[in-house]
Design a protein around this ligand. Sequence first.
Ligand SMILES: Cc1cc2nc3c(=O)[nH]c(=O)nc-3n(C[C@H](O)[C@H](O)[C@H](O)COP(=O)(O)OP(=O)(O)OC[C@H]3O[C@@H](n4cnc5c(N)ncnc54)[C@H](O)[C@@H]3O)c2cc1C
Length: 390
Amino acid sequence: MNSLSSPPRAGEAVDLLVAGAGIFGLWTAKRAVEAGLKVAIAEPRRPGAGASGGLLGALTAHSPDRWNPKKQFQFDALTELPGLIAALEAETGLSAGYRRCGRLMPIAKPGFLSQVKERVIGAEEYWRVGADQFVYEARSLGEAAPLGWISPEAAPLGAAWDSLAARVSPRAYVGALWAWLRPRVTLYEQAYTGWDGAVVLSDGGRVATGAAALAAGYEAFPLIASALDLEGPVGGGVKGQSLSARLAPGAAAGLGDVAALPLIYEDGVYVAVHEDGTVAVSGTSERDWEHPGAVDPANDGFWRRAQALCPALEGAAVLEWWAGVRPRAAGRDPMIGRLPGKAPIYAVAGGYKISFGIAHRVAQAVVDEIMGASMSAPLPPSFTIERHFG
Ligand SMILES: Cc1cc2nc3c(=O)[nH]c(=O)nc-3n(C[C@H](O)[C@H](O)[C@H](O)COP(=O)(O)OP(=O)(O)OC[C@H]3O[C@@H](n4cnc5c(N)ncnc54)[C@H](O)[C@@H]3O)c2cc1C
């Protein structure tokens, strides 16, 4: 329906209340509005306040060997995303900072080189849609990227090149989604606390709704456990730290169009250049943490590793440090769909490291389920509630 003139009024009954305005919640709300539902969002902080407000925005696929339904789902999601983002940008007039820039992974050991050879064949077979064929292949450093982008010492055997990978600016993307939604939904600046026949918010208010979608990032897991009367954790959060930096004057010389440079990935460390020429670097995974958003500048090993991988980063000025918590379900894969029981509560949680690439497809599957429609993009079995709680 997509009507700009009639967002539900505060207090009015809605068809769907989405708890959480991160990438999963925003896409769930958007798909629901597009399906003609009246939608409210409960978000106690602000859109993008959680893990979705970070700096990196790498959109990368699982490796193309040992193919399975999860890889197919993610591939389909990644290949349809540019069209969806272009439409979002056209409707909002805002850029999401998307570019299919490809990815390089240094090859330092013969074992990885053999794996790359297997993946070449997998990509030929599976990384194809319509007229588009994406490749995964070994390249010498000279053909992989401009000299100076990857250190020859870090990549003595060349680099694996993946032409499917892309990047987006997380904050710009979230901002564009929110700009699209703002006139179409009701926002409650409150937390979802539970269900008693209606949604109960943290200020004690109640919202009558046909369904509730729990898309509260890592904080969705206690809500899901409570909805299911489970004592043990059904998921948790892994904290990660990243930064953004500006290249030193002269460092970009010889690198050509800096914004087109490929992502670099090695063993948990990611380097991505954004449209404005800033470079995002990400690389920590902490299971034990106390303060979700607190940056620990001493935890900067990933930054030194990134500089060793990518000589152009030497002398770069750090503009911002950032920390966030990735939602990770106990069963590792995302937890998507209607929870068992009488209440119409749906889980949309646990995207972990790949949320930005799959959120729109996950959201479509949830909204199809809410509408009682057959799923236009069926979920991989490992994402389903039956698999998590069956
Ligand atoms: C350092 C780092 C780097 C990353 N890099 C990438 C990357 O390159 N590519 C990628 O795809 N993914 C990446 N991720 C993972 C990705 O950021 C997350 O998986 C994703 O943002 C999770 O989205 P979400 O919507 O599930 O949760 P969030 O973005 O965390 O949003 C949850 C929202 O729910 C709200 N909320 C909490 N409790 C309640 C409640 N009770 N009621 C209502 N609302 C509530 C929060 O305020 C928040 O706004 C990275 C994560 C980190 C930490």
